[in-house]
Design a protein around this ligand. Structure first.
Ligand code: HEC
Ligand code: HEC
Length: 216
């Protein structure tokens, strides 16, 4: 697999193959740790997250992501990546270091059981450029449709493809720009960096709004 990754890196020179993108591997042990997450314990820990991510995991600040309804495996992975520095953010690196792996599993279990945000009416049809990319991709750019991985309802899928529907458009666009520049590089096999590199800024904005206006 490392060879495949290096081959991809040769094809897209912005990527490096020396360092793994994320140190997390989805072993049976890692998965059973996430499954053991206790939502009641997580609820207590989540009090420390409420100021930024909202009491019920729905953020009131457009640049802060909502966590409600997100896959527990994805939330757990992001916390591990912030913890070991694979994903860089001045606020989250410190916060994640204060959580043990069991705490991360507990808090992921809690937020994943909260109902996903409905930020607005189901109005994704208002963004035809984005809808085209989501449903059909672009053969000329070898761009697969987003829904192949993120699901036709934007709910994400195991283990680490996040739900996007109902997420803040500003946050989604910022994440896409960070994958595009390589500033965010914790996506295993560079699955998002390879795609984001080909997206224009107006497409990124439209994709953010499309998913903000979609319901899971
Ligand atoms: C001071 C504000 C603040 C607090 C408190 C905070 N967060 Fe965050 N969190 C952020 C910001 C800002 C981001 C987006 C950072 C980035 O772009 O990488 C984020 C991102 C995340 C992500 C990644 C979400 C995604 O969709 O990729 C997770 C998971 C997360 N936080 C969990 C937590 C948990 C659990 C707590 C409490 C233990 C917490 N955060 C407390 C501000 C905060
Ligand atoms: C080959 C599978 C695949 C395809 C196709 C794909 N994604 Fe992703 N996407 C992922 C994975 C895996 C992650 C999680 C990366 C990580 O571990 O941080 C992700 C993460 C994201 C995130 C970050 C979400 C967050 O909460 O931080 C955004 C935004 C995103 N994808 C948007 C898109 C859009 C828009 C498209 C279509 C143009 C797309 N993705 C196509 C696999 C894919």
């Amino acid at each position: 697999m490392k060879n495949l990754f290096c081959l991809i890196a040769v094809l897209t020179p912005a990527l490096v193959c020396a360092e793994p993108s994320s140190k997390l591997a989805w072993t049976a042990e890692q998965l059973s740790l996430v499954e053991s997450g206790n939502p009641q314990k997580g609820r207590e820990l989540a009090q420390a997250c409420a100021a930024c991510h909202g009491e019920q995991g729905i953020s009131a600040v457009p640049t802060y992501p909502s966590l409600a309804g997100q896959l527990p495996t994805y939330l757990f992975k992001q916390l591990q990546d912030y913890r070991d520095g694979s994903r860089q953010n001045p606020l989250m690196n410190g916060i994640a270091k204060g959580l043990t792996p069991q705490d991360a599993a507990d808090v992921a279990a809690w937020f994943s059981t909260r109902p996903a945000a409905i930020l607005s009416a189901n109005a994704k049809g208002a963004y035809p450029t984005a809808e085209n990319l989501v449903k059909r991709g672009d053969k000329q750019r070898l761009l697969p449709p987003c829904e192949v991985c993120h699901g036709t309802d934007g709910k994400g899928q195991a283990q680490d493809v996040p739900a996007l529907s109902g997420q803040s458009g500003d946050y989604l666009a910022a994440s896409l720009r960070a994958f595009k520049s390589g500033e965010r590089h914790n996506d295993i096999y560079a699955r998002m960096r390879i795609l984001a590199e080909t997206l224009s800024d107006p497409e990124i904005e439209a994709l953010g709004l499309y998913y903000q206006n979609s319901q899971q």
